[in-house]
Design a protein around this ligand. Structure first.
Ligand code: EPZ
Length: 437
């Protein structure tokens, strides 16, 4: 288990280079499975989620070359079934394997998906995914260590309606429908920029997909897709994380590769809290302009709302704002576990079962602690912290960097699931820490 001893109180200042979004790149890699010729994906970050998907694709016969330049070549021309034991070795390491279903059913007629991993921020069921696949004609068999899926008569286009605009289930539909026979109409779709980028990739491959108003996506199935060449959309979650780190440590961070259009909702909130930013052609500069930070009321939501992945790092900055901030988490029912460590460090945060934003959400009256009230400013003091999940872990690191004294942060390898060269970036930003494997 890797750990960091970090001495806080030093503003983070400098530049970080963003690569492609974790939540797009991994799906783009799976999309390459649908092609009958090689694909080239650019700006691929070196993170462990990419490694997991790379290993799973390799097990299925995809030839992958991935250099230090961030360019990945994926050759799916010899796709084959993988041994169950080998697939099973990846159980619990990521949520992406569930997206292999459609492409594997098209290529091989069957798929075995191991038990899923990912951050423990709620139940994270896969019922929408399975229902979607059944709509396309897939037969699903639950097994002790995963699920076996087959499509004896091939996948057929279908009318699908999602009960909630799930990112993963929307991607499931896209990856299953592009080569299914006939037309698919998906209503209640997620429309995150990462999904739009996946649609752009599929269109490059030969798919016919239109995004209509009101979360409706129409896909006309085609029998074959070719490979693609694509530069991945930048990681806006990473940009928001470093922006919050700049604010919490009174620093100044230039996020190279960040773009305004995909970050507008975040930028509005960042400004309301008292942060400053400058939009440049090659990135966005986020900084603390001096003076007090202001409290805010935020409800996390699906795009174009304020992303759930942005709240954890921002909460650390809000502990330094003068007054009461409220965050109503409406995407995941259990995403405030990370606040315990912040309270231990001196933050004043209370979590509630009630919907404390303006809108009642599907978690209200269901015993989920999904609203948080943060009262500030409270100085943060050093502590011993164990990283619980990806974004929560990043926020703990930020808290340790903002706190007075020397903190011990363990389990930090979890952060490398989603943040490329995390330790190097901290060094470049002037953080004072030592790392032990
Ligand atoms: C993606 O998760 C991201 N992960 C998450 O990022 C992100 O927080 C989330 O989308 C929302 O933007 C990846 O892209 C790998 P969902 P996903 O399906 O697709 C419920 C990060 O830190 N649901 O949109 O798994 C679910 O429980 C991570 O980078 C069902 O009930 O999210 C949740 O409450 C964490 N049944 C809501 O929908 C299902 O079958 C939204 O989940 C599927 C989802």
């Amino acid at each position: 288990m890797s750990q960091i001893t970090v001495t806080g109180g030093k503003p983070l200042k400098g530049r970080v280079q963003l690569k492609g979004a974790k939540n797009l790149v991994t799906k783009a890699m799976v999309a390459a499975l649908l092609g009958d010729s090689p694909s080239i994906l650019k700006d691929v970050p070196q993170i462990s989620d990419v490694e997991v998907v790379k290993n799973l694709l390799t097990l299925h016969g995809v030839k992958i070359e991935f250099g230090n330049d961030g360019v990945m070549h994926l050759d799916p021309t010899n796709v084959k079934s993988a041994h169950m034991v080998d697939i099973d070795a990846h159980a619990g390491s990521s949520r992406i394997p569930i997206l292999f279903c459609g492409p594997l059913l098209h290529q091989l007629g069957e798929a075995f998906i191991p038990d899923l991993g990912g951050c423990h921020i709620g139940d994270r069921p896969i019922d929408f995914h399975l229902e979607v696949l059944r709509n396309f004609g897939a037969v699903i068999e639950k097994q002790p260590n995963g699920i076996r899926i087959s499509a004896p008569e091939g996948l057929k286009g279908a009318k699908v309606s999602l009960p909630y605009p799930s990112v993963g289930a929307t991607e499931q539909v896209l990856l299953a429908a592009t080569r299914a026979e006939g037309i698919t109409e998906l209503s209640g779709a997620a429309i995150e920029p990462e999904i739009m980028d996946l649609i752009a990739i599929l269109q490059k491959m030969g798919a016919i997909i239109s995004v209509d108003t009101d979360r409706v996506i129409r896909i006309e199935g085609v029998p074959h897709l070719s490979g693609y060449t694509h530069r991945a959309l930048f990681d806006r979650n990473e940009a928001a994380s470093w922006a919050a780190a700049a604010l919490a440590t009174q620093g100044d961070i230039f996020c190279e590769g960040a773009r305004q259009p995909e970050m507008m909702t975040f930028l509005n909130v960042f400004r309301k809290v008292g942060g400053a930013f400058e939009i440049h052609d090659d990135g966005i500069r986020f900084y603390h302009p001096g003076g007090e930070l202001h409290p805010v009321v935020i409800e996390t939501d699906v795009h174009p709302g304020f992303m759930t992945d942005w709240q954890q790092p921002l909460v650390v900055a809000l502990t330094q704002a003068k007054g009461l901030s409220i965050i109503h988490e409406t995407v995941y029912e259990n995403r405030f576990g990370f606040t315990d460590a912040l309270v231990q460090m001196g933050a004043n945060i209370q979590i509630y079962r009630e919907c404390l934003g303006g809108t009642p959400c599907r978690f209200g009256q269901r015993n989920f602690y999904h609203s948080a009230v943060i009262s500030g400013p409270t100085p943060l003091k050093a502590a011993e912290i164990r990283v619980p999940d990806l974004r929560g872990g990043f926020s703990h690191m930020v808290a340790a960097l903002a706190a007075e004294g020397t903190s011990l942060v363990t389990n930090v390898q979890l952060i490398s699931r989603g943040y490329e060269h995390f330790l190097q970036k901290l060094t470049d930003l002037g953080a004072d820490f030592t790392y032990t494997e």
